[in-house]
Write a protein that binds this ligand. Sequence first.
Ligand SMILES: *Cc1c(COP(=O)(O)O)cnc(C)c1O
Length: 370
Amino acid sequence: MPVRAAVDVCDLAPSYVSAMAPYQPGKPLSELERELGIAGAVKLASNENPLGPSPRVLAALKSALGEIARYPDGNGFELKRAIARRHGVPESAIILGNGSNDVLELVARTFLTPGAAAVYAQYAFAVYPLVTQATGATGIAVAARNFGHDLNAMARAVADQVKVVFVANPNNPTGTLLRPREVLTFLEAVSPRVLVVLDEAYAEYLPDELKPESVAWLAQFPNLIVTRTFSKAFGLAGLRVGYGLAHPEVADLMNRVRQPFNVNSLAQVAAVAALDDEAFVAQSRELNRQGMVQITSGLRSLGIDFIPSYGNFVTFRVPDAQGVYDRLLRLGVIVRPIASYGMPDYLRVTIGLRDENGRFLSALEQAFSR
Ligand SMILES: *Cc1c(COP(=O)(O)O)cnc(C)c1O
């Protein structure tokens, strides 16, 4: 039975909205520092780029500051042109978003309705159930296999009312990766009447031999949408910008639903500069590779199990994860509890700078041995 809200107008919201559990973001640094009365805490909770934005992005932003009294370009001309060149797709295939979260939400608002359904994997990115539920559609979570997507089971779960399938590759928070062959087989198995969202937020971290040719698949599968973000390897999480690549007719539908100025002017300028700065992305990838070795070997020497990860984070298993999380906080290190993902025995840590990783490992040793 729905509980009656204290404020009458809240009863106007459909029950699928009042039943939603809010997204739980990583604890902000400033909040922890206020609480502890300290400076210099370390945040390894939200898969942000520890290098910060690139100098080229900062320079581009400075020169654009004078323009912020004007509305942004609602069609994102320059940014679409840069993305189109990068991927060899027409501008008409691009949907820009206020973060790729916005693109995921546009998928839901464009294609889902009460009575429809969306399929995603157990332990997949929390935004898929959220955007699905907000439309009144039903979410179908397919049991994971080794913490990753079971694509065969997901293909079997596509029943009549299923309009959208979300696939995160690599997945957050488990870091698992599907091989290109598996994804292709899946795309071939799924009806062309179902939209497949391939969320590649961590694509830039993959070594070349593991990078899927997902953009090339768009030509063969008009029901595919590939999403990318500037929040991770490009270092722009605070500006909110991401994009989807899809068949132009799909992109056109989604562009009708979005807010006219969903990507702000500074985000557009920064994203163009970031896309150009390949050296910075390469540096971010290399730093992440080294940090992943540092953290996983540290976990191993503490005797802590972890899920091998292809992203810029790693998820590990500790007894009393909530207690370990709290003790890490008191030691000035923020990681991410993932109980809301149905993984109450796990914590997720983002790969940081060498020193930050070191601080995490020594804090974990203390927090863990108590
Ligand atoms: C971080 C992340 C995103 C990106 O979110 P933005 O809105 O672009 O910041 C998308 N999908 C997954 C799986 C992620 O982990």
